[in-house]
Design a protein around this ligand. Sequence first.
Ligand SMILES: [Cu+2]
Length: 127
Amino acid sequence: MLSKSTIVGAVIAVCINAALAGANDYTFEPVKAEFKKGNATVAVRLIHKPSGKPVADAVIIQTRIDMAPEGMAQMDSPLNLQPSTDPGVYSFKTDLPMAGRWLLSIAAKVQGEPETVVGKITYKVNE
Ligand SMILES: [Cu+2]
C-alpha cells in the first residue's frame, strides 16, 4: 500500500516536471511556408506539443521578418497583426518584395507559462 508521503512525493514530482517543461513545450508552425513576392499574409500556428493542441489567446510581444542573412545587409518588413479567425493561428500582413528566403522571428506570452515562447520560421519567397 502506498504511504501518504509516497503520494505527496509523486504529486510534487509531477508539479516540478510541469514547471520545468516551460517554453520548450510550445512551437510555432507555418500555416503556409511559400509565397509569391509582394504583399503577403504570413500565418503561424502556436502548438502546445505535449497535447498537440493549438494555443489561443497568446500575446504576441515581438515579431520581425527579414531576409535570411546571406548577402543581404539589412532588409526587413513591418508586420501587422490581424484579428484572429482561427484559434491558435496568428496572422500578419507584410510585404516580401524580394525572392529568396525570409526569416520570421516571433515571441509570445502564453497564459500559465512564465517563460517567453519564441520561434523562428523560414519562408521561401518566389518571383
Ligand atoms: Cu533582399
